[in-house]
Design a protein around this ligand. Structure first.
Ligand code: ADP
Ligand code: ZN
Length: 443
């Protein structure tokens, strides 16, 4: 059977909250906030202690505007209470545990009650419907299944939408390509870096993704630039959407792009976003860039009050052409702990990515190596180039090299040593890519 096409312009019934009038939404948020604060105060010692210190009682929290009166939480709170200290539900009601991928140290554990899993399924369904997926789509879910939230997180929402899910998980790239081809896959989900790897391997195997039924991909769990998106869309012949989430809040599905691919709608009937100044912790108005903070409004297993994500973005002020009333955040270009400091200058890998992707002849695989020579920080940027460039006269290589060095210098203000390397020489990742290798001894 060929996929039935969804009636254009009629949103999926589950997407209704995406279009709720703003004042109704705020009322819903207020009611949910009151409940969650009550629950957190009663059942989680850490919240009770912190609210007591601030002199804030659950009854002081009346509307969603009062969220700013609540104490903040950070990742170390989860580590300090490891493994179950922040659970608000008794274990008998916890039906699932996940743990973070631990990009930045010891993993943290999160709990889901059945109603939390229902919320998760609901937001994923809304995300996928926003991408234009529908019943009849065949989704290859190449996010890792297991403790990582990606695989299972997407799984149930996609099934609830009516899509056919292939729970292939990450890795085993040759099999991924075979399945994609043989099963008529129309949508794929994984990290953007793993998709690039898939693309490479497909090319080597003589498979052109543009000739397959694949038409949609949604990628997340790590930052990727718009320049990277253009590369992906052109070489795979798909529309590539962004999906955002984090373990502490629920996993993937905290926010997602819509057809307009212009910022990610936050499912704010469940996850209330704020932007704060990360230094002063002051809340910032919509439109200003700062650290994204979330309060979960409906989670029962492990509610999070004002959780600091360390992700830097802004809440967009213009309404979206799609008609959704839930607000959008700008795509996340970096998290505050991604940043490295070189000769006193703060640099984010995404700045380098943009500079590299702007040039022709580069491939979307790069790595940043930091070293220290005679007390001076050095930055080396390794980037793969097409085999045409690589096998060309030395002249072409040199021209590209200095062009890239100039572009990087223009972006970050520091001269980097650019090293052009052969296709496939940079280690590929099956999950989140490791962009920066810091070999400096003193940190
Ligand atoms: P860890 O902190 O161990 O990496 P997660 O696996 O929960 O834990 O990763 C969540 C983080 O991944 C987010 O806080 C964010 O930094 C990053 N992330 C997730 N989705 C995106 C996305 N679409 N764009 C940029 N960064 C993302
Ligand atoms: Zn939209």
């Amino acid at each position: 059977m060929t996929p039935s096409s969804a009636p254009a312009g009629i949103p999926h019934p589950a997407s209704k909250p995406d279009f709720m009038p703003r004042d109704e939404l705020r009322e819903l948020q207020s009611a949910r906030l009151r409940e969650v604060v009550q629950l957190a105060y009663q059942n989680v010692a850490l919240y009770r202690d912190r609210m007591d210190v601030l002199g804030v009682k659950p009854s002081d929290i009346r509307t969603i505007n009062d969220v700013v009166r609540l104490p903040m939480t950070v990742k170390t709170d989860l580590r300090d209470t490891y493994p179950f200290g922040m659970f608000a539900a008794p274990m008998a009601e916890v039906v699932r545990l996940h743990a973070s991928s631990g990009t930045t140290g010891k993993p943290i554990v999160v709990a889901y009650t059945q109603s939390d899993l229902d919320v998760w399924q609901n937001v994923i369904l809304r995300a996928l419907a926003g991408y234009g997926l529908h019943q009849g789509d065949i989704l290859q879910n190449a996010y890792g299944y297991g403790l990582f939230t990606g695989g299972l997180g997407l799984h149930y929402g996609a099934e609830a939408l009516g899509a056919t899910v292939i729970p292939i998980s990450g890795g085993n790239t040759d099999r991924q390509i075979m399945v994609m081809k043989d099963f008529g896959v129309s949508a794929i989900s994984c990290t953007p870096s793993y998709f690039l790897h898939l693309l490479d391997r497909a090319e080597e195997m003589g498979v052109d993704l543009r000739e397959l039924p694949l038409r949609t991909g949604f990628f997340g769990a790590e930052p990727w630039t718009d320049a990277m998106r253009q590369r992906i869309e052109a070489s795979a012949g798909i529309k590539a959407f962004d999906i955002y989430g984090l373990t502490e809040i629920i996993g993937p599905g905290v926010g997602a792009e819509c057809q307009y691919q212009n910022g990610l709608h936050i499912f704010e009937d469940h996850f209330y976003p704020e932007i704060i100044n990360p230094d002063t912790l002051e809340p910032l108005p919509d439109g200003r860039e700062g650290e994204l903070v979330f309060t979960t409004l409906t989670k029962r297993g492990m509610p999070m009050l004002r959780y600091r994500t360390r992700d830097i973005t802004s809440i967009m002020t213009e309404t979206c052409a799609c008609g959704r009333t839930i607000r959008r955040i700008a795509r996340i270009s970096h998290r505050s702990d991604d940043m490295f400091i070189i000769r006193g200058v703060n640099v984010f890998p995404s700045q380098i990515e943009t500079a590299l992707m702007a040039a022709e002849g580069t491939l979307p695989h790069y790595q940043i190596v930091l070293t220290r020579q005679r007390d001076l920080d050095q930055i080396e940027v390794w980037v793969e180039v097409t085999s045409d460039v690589f096998s060309d006269r030395v002249g072409a290589m040199e021209t590209l090299q200095s062009k890239l060095a100039r572009q990087i210098e223009r972006t970050i203000g520091i001269r980097a040593a650019v090293r052009l390397v052969e296709p496939h020489s940079i280690t590929r990742s099956e999950g989140k890519a490791k962009r920066v290798i810091d070999k400096r001894e003193l940190k």
